[in-house]
Design a protein around this ligand. Sequence first.
Ligand SMILES: Nc1ncnc2c1ncn2[C@@H]1O[C@H](COP(=O)(O)OP(=O)(O)OP(=O)(O)O)[C@@H](O)[C@H]1O
Ligand SMILES: [Mg+2]
Length: 307
Amino acid sequence: MVFLVAFVVTYIIFKYLLEVFIYRKIKLIYKTITTSKNSKEKALEKIDLDVDILANVSKEVMEWDQNRSDEIAELKRMENFRKEFLGNVSHELKTPLFNIQGYIHTLLEGALDDPEVNVNYLQRASRSVDRLCLIVDDLEAISKMESGEMMLDQRTFDIHELTKDVFESSELKAKEMEISLSFKEGSDRQFYVYGDKDRIRQVLVNLMINSIKYGKKGGSTVVGFYDMDQNILVEVTDTGIGIDTKYLPRLFERFFRVDKSRSREQGGTGLGLSIVKHIIEAHHQTINVRSTLGVGTTFTFTLRKAR
Ligand SMILES: Nc1ncnc2c1ncn2[C@@H]1O[C@H](COP(=O)(O)OP(=O)(O)OP(=O)(O)O)[C@@H](O)[C@H]1O
Ligand SMILES: [Mg+2]
């Protein structure tokens, strides 16, 4: 009998202690988790403490753990991206910088008095300075766009007229490659859109120059416009070298180039398409690409139709 009473008393004390020190603490943890979650979601629902708290806490902790793991993975991805980006920037800046350094040293060491080479070396150094400026300008443009600082000066303009302008300014480069620039059937007329004309010119120039740089001799670049109810779809198609499908998802990344040596030979840094995408996205529009290796590439983007 005494044993039974002792057992019951011990049981009650034990249960009480368990309740006070463990269960209440878990309740507190559950309450904290739920409150913090609710305040994040800005929906302060009443916390029901009569539910199966242990199961809920375990579920919440697992969810939390999963979210943290996803967050950490994303941060690691960004960190790698940042490292790669910094590496690319310094690499791209180094090439022209070393060239300039080389020419200046040679000039100082006596070449300055040699009329056969002095002007030539200065011209080469000057070209490298131009290239440095170009890279820094592009980087500045990208960082402005990424921080949302780019203000668009939007108005109504004729995209056909603007494309004609860009055809004219690309004519010399196109002639060198014997590439013809033309409008698709039905597109050689006015198409009014609403956007930042100078930025869209930048987009067209980039796509046009790419279609020539990565074009094939004797090929063609054709621009078409399609009326799509709310938007005008602009399509730039070339008959150039094309891009392997596996590279397409990375094409709009900063510094991404399919063939690094060929692209650098052409003076490319791999910033062009990244700028193009930022401009189109700042207009709340989209840009896409499809390509067949050895056959050609088509870029399409939309612009708001003027009304
Ligand atoms: N029309 C195209 N046909 C084939 N490849 C292309 C075409 N457009 C772009 N590419 C590929 O995509 C890469 C990225 O293009 P992007 O315009 O961003 O850089 P880039 O032309 O190398 O340099 P930048 O435009 O900064 O002078 C190019 O290096 C090239 O490999
Ligand atoms: Mg380019």
